[in-house]
Design a protein around this ligand. Structure first.
Ligand SMILES: O=C(O)C1=C[C@@H](OP(=O)(O)O)[C@@H](O)[C@H](O)C1
Ligand SMILES: C=C(OP(=O)(O)O)C(=O)O
Length: 409
């Protein structure tokens, strides 16, 4: 989908107010975990499943009878299916993905599965997809893994762990990254009736044949909500009602509620709807600092909000950003600089310097096949005319993003 003129269209219609309500699709993280669990325990029913590409790819892969399955750009789909197919009886498949997916490392997970007895071979480059996976019975029950690169490897092992004859004990080497995603996986297992224990550098999962709970409702996606926060933050007195959210979320990105207070956006729960509201005449801080090691997916949204408001913003805990849909630190540097920003970065930090000039207009924002680049920059349309290249990339997690966005008119 080419949306090169989306900025011009938006600005022609936008009448200066943001006041609306809409429903955001289900969390792709919860959805993709529950789909794997449903494939392992078929009595599970899921409602409010995500309509994202990544979740559709997961559903299609689980139904597929083909020898080769292509999961496109979907990281969780790739990582979770690797363990799933490694234990699927009588199966032999090639699991592949987009050119970018073939650059996203998977060795840590493959080594862990192989140490448990799995049969996995690299089809092209060692350490990267595509993988040839032959299903087998894994009988070992202990594995050591580096937890500092991606929590998706850990969640992948945890999802199959209760189906192993003796369950599984995972021992972490190094610091554990993106912990809320591991806790989300454990909570869903606990809801199913699987008993788990996470203490220090160890997680233990007990073997489970019969599950207790079969009904699951996916909460809406908090990472997708971040773009509504970004939009409201850039208004004078905007207000948005979005649903369906829970006060006790499994999603680490619900920390947005705290983070956006710093930009003058309040969050109020009313049943399952949250109201985001910009505080009138809010006095912005000069500088903010956030450690995003537990919420890496909202880094782009925050960087753009801070730039749009002229607030200096220093973010740490970003070491995983370079192996996501694109190298997100470089992508942010490139695109914010085009708009006039001064950016400093290292491998794990990014600073947007205070800015009080005029944002450059008629700039093309490149999106690098990264949904979050398109959605994070969109709120800047309240400030200036920009063109978001390849705007259809949003479908990876939030297919109706532009429909929701174009309502603020
Ligand atoms: O488990 C998950 O659902 C996810 C874990 C995170 O990845 P990392 O653990 O690689 O940071 C996150 O960035 C991704 O969007 C979704
Ligand atoms: C990193 C992301 O997804 P994945 O790793 O699942 O491709 C994301 O959605 O921001």
């Amino acid at each position: 989908m080419a949306h090169a003129d989306i900025g011009t269209k938006f600005l022609k219609k936008y009448n200066g107010t943001v006041n609306d309500s809409f429903q955001i699709t289900g969390s792709k993280s919860e959805s993709n975990r529950l789909l794997i669990l449903q494939a392992l325990y078929p009595s599970i029913n899921i409602s409010n499943l995500s309509n994202s590409d990544d979740t559709n790819l997961m559903q299609n892969a689980l139904k597929s009878t083909e020898k080769e399955i292509n999961i496109g750009h979907a990281g969780t789909t790739m990582r979770f299916l690797t363990s799933y197919f490694a234990v699927k009886p009588n199966s032999e498949i090639i699991l592949t993905g987009s050119a970018r997916m073939q650059e996203r490392p998977i060795k840590i997970l493959v080594d862990a599965l192989r140490s448990l007895g799995a049969k996995i071979e690299y089809v092209k480059n060692d350490g990267f997809p595509p993988l040839k996976i032959t299903g087998s019975n894994l009988t070992a029950n202990k594995v050591k893994i580096d937890g500092s690169v991606s929590s998706q490897y850990i969640s992948s092992l945890l999802l199959i762990a209760p189906t192993l004859p003796d369950g599984l004990t995972i021992e972490f080497e190094g610091k554990i990254t993106s912990i809320p995603y591991i806790q989300m996986t454990l909570s869903l297992l606990n809801d199913l009736g699987v008993s788990t224990n996470f203490e220090g550098q160890f997680i233990t999962v007990n073997p489970t044949q019969e599950i207790k709970n079969t009904e699951f409702t996916v909460e809406s996606d908090w990472s997708s909500a971040s773009y509504s926060y970004g939009l409201v933050a850039l208004t004078e007195n905007g207000k948005l009602d979005i649903s369906s959210y829970k006060q006790n979320s499994l999603q680490g990105d619900s920390v947005l509620q705290e983070i956006y207070k710093e930009f003058g956006v309040t969050t109020t729960f009313n049943d399952h709807t949250i109201t985001l509201e910009k505080v009138k005449n809010f006095t912005l801080p000069k500088r903010v600092e956030f450690d995003l090691v537990k919420a890496p997916d909202i880094a782009q949204t925050i960087a753009v909000t801070a730039f749009g408001l002229g607030v200096e913003c220093h973010m740490t805990g970003l070491h995983t950003l370079k192996i996501k849909e694109t190298d997100r630190i470089i992508a942010l540097y490139n695109e914010l600089t085009k708009l006039g920003a001064t950016i400093e970065y290292t491998d794990e930090t990014l600073t947007v310097k205070a800015f009080n000039g005029t944002i450059n207009s008629d700039v093309h924002i490149a999106t690098y096949n990264d949904h979050r680049m398109a959605m994070a920059f969109a709120p800047l349309l309240l400030k200036t005319n920009i063109n978001i290249d390849d705007a259809g990339v949003v479908s990876k997690s939030y297919p109706s993003f532009w429909d929701d966005f174009e309502r603020f008119q």
